[in-house]
Design a protein around this ligand. Structure first.
Ligand code: BTN
Length: 238
């Protein structure tokens, strides 16, 4: 990482994001701190979902950065994780599902949860690293680095390299989805050009673009809609 980073390793915690948010609120954390947990008891995903991680197999890390709030930050984080995983996989099948899932041949490899806590952003990253077996309900939808490469990964060094790529990407683009970042994101985004379903009640349309704010621009029967949150379903992808 270009900045000096504190890297904390915890045996067990409810959630690395929750841990950093508590520490930030208590004024006990310096900016640029990363926390890796060997296991989480209450891992959290986007949209109030749980995030299941397997001890010693899944990578669960969070980074606390002092930066202005920006809704497109989460897309930049996906670009940073992409860089790290692309170094490992090096094939054309690694893509981003809007807003920030990393997918390989339609199966989820990584999820990212960005949250604000006072003047910090906490970036939580969950990667299926050494997992070989997934619970029944996600086994058709998930994949892991080990399943894709046949290799085992050192979770701590992988976490450090992922955090480094994420922070470097954020700094390179000055914490905003500039034109270069947006073009790169668009070249990797698996939603674009596909029929997507979104919203409640469910609407459908063709995902056509990523707005400068990081929204998914969908052409529907009744005009363009800029989707900024929630689930977007793409057929053939989990
Ligand atoms: C998602 O795909 O819904 C986002 C998943 C984010 C999971 C990571 S694991 C590390 C950090 N701690 C959490 O509780 N969540 C994030």
């Amino acid at each position: 990482m270009s900045k000096a980073f504190d890297f904390i390793v915890l045996e067990n915690i409810d959630s690395t994001n929750s841990y950093l948010k508590r520490k930030i609120k208590a004024g006990e954390i310096a900016a640029d701190t990363a926390v890796l947990a060997k296991s989480q008891t209450n891992g959290r995903g986007r949209l109030q979902r749980n995030w299941e991680a397997e001890k010693g197999k899944s990578l669960t890390v969070s980074i606390a950065l002092k930066c202005p709030p920006n809704p497109s930050l989460t897309l930049l984080c996906a670009l940073g994780v992409f860089e790290a995983l692309d170094d490992i996989l090096g094939d054309k099948n690694l893509r981003i599902k809007w807003p920030n899932d990393l997918v390989h041949k339609g199966k989820k490899l990584c999820g990212i949860l960005c949250e604000r806590a006072s003047d910090f952003t906490v970036i939580g990253i969950g990667i299926n690293a050494n997992n070989r077996i997934f619970p029944e309900e996600i086994k058709e939808k998930a994949t892991s680095l080990t399943l894709l490469t046949g290799r085992e990964y050192d979770i701590e060094s992988l976490s450090k390299s992922v955090c480094e790529k994420v922070v470097n990407t954020l700094e390179k683009h000055r914490f905003a989805l500039d034109e270069n970042a947006r073009d790169k994101y668009k070249s990797l985004c698996i939603n674009l050009g596909k029929e997507v379903h979104f919203g409640s009640p469910l609407k459908k349309g063709i995902a056509e673009d990523i707005s400068p704010l990081g929204e998914l621009v969908v052409a529907t029967e009744s005009g363009y809609e800029n989707v900024s949150f929630g689930d977007v379903f793409v057929s053939g992808i989990y």
